[in-house]
Ligand binder design. Sequence first.
Ligand code: NAD
Ligand code: DAU
Length: 331
Amino acid sequence: MRLLVTGGAGFIGSNFVHTTVRDRPDVEVTVLDALTYAGDATSLAPVADRVTLVQGDITDGALVDRLVGESDLVVHFAAESHNDNSLHDPWPFVQTNLIGTYTLLEAVRKHGVRYHHISTDEVYGDLELDDPAKFTADTPYNPSSPYSSTKAGSDLLVRAWARSFGVQATISNCSNNYGPYQHIEKFIPRQVTNLIDGVRPRLYGAGENVRDWIHVEDHNTAVWAIIDRGQIGETYLIGADGEKNNLEVVQTLLEVFGRPTDDFDHVTDRAGHDMRYAIDATRLRTELGWEPTFTDFGAGLRATVEWYRANEAWWRPAKAATEAKYAQAGH
Ligand code: NAD
Ligand code: DAU
């Protein structure tokens, strides 16, 4: 099988490539990645001899047409992915998440190539803290930020291309991932790298916001389950029952570093900050037989801390600039 992975030099995409190379030696992997600030070719270094990396943009129609034409399957991870950035400059989100997805859809339509679309639970908006409901594939779309609204728009393009043009597509909407190779602008790696540097973690607002954490490896085994056994045209929600509020996560990290659990700073809250995400992944578990393997969040977090400690060369070059951007935004 010839597999094209967009965004394969980013956090989840590079982990997906690692897993694929390890578990599926018959798959030929090509990565298309623009290597934006969020992409890093060195994330693919451990598998460099098994993967072709093409540096290019998913909005480049001619390049996308050629690469899709040489593939049997496209898994589309590439995106502008950070909510805080989308609040300061939404344009790259419109460009990559909407126009980029449109460009890929036109190419898979033309070449009749199977397509899997990676999306987020944020398309459903947020839940109240005491709401017994979780998100399902029937939850109405209600995105809050420029990031989540462009992801929602990209999902709707996929649905339309599947229905109107018969594109062989599936969609997955996953909750918050953690694990190795995550950019240090994101919540967990930002606090981990702060703690390594002896800096207090930064909690937005009161820290009551809940995220439904899943290890990146579990996300990616679910993606393969959908590619292998999912029904064309369907949407699957991916989650591992990992709800935690941000304060609990920061306190767990402080414990890992042997620091007092009140050794953090509250900073300005995010505008329009979603309160809670929660995934009902029953369908994935019962219909496709998928199960997560990282069921102990504390253990997963400790392993992630160890990874950042052992791979300072990977994250250090981005640390000062990332923190300067946050300082400017009052975070
Ligand atoms: P990331 O920001 O770490 O990586 C994105 C990658 O896409 C980078 O390598 C970047 O260089 C590349 N890219 C960006 N614009 C591009 C363009 N125009 N052309 C080609 N490549 C481009 O993101 P991530 O956290 O790995 O997220 C991957 C996907 O998973 C996204 O679609 C995101 O919406 C989705 N998702 C993320 C999470 C999460 O918790 N991180 C959860 C659910 C879904
Ligand atoms: O739910 C899936 C989504 O999860 C993905 O679609 C996004 O690509 C991914 O970035 C993530 O979005 P969030 O906005 O939830 O993740 P982030 O890591 O930015 O923040 C997680 C929570 O932590 C959120 O409530 C904001 C808070 N936060 C974040 C940072 C960076 C802090 O309290 N302090 C911080 O320094």
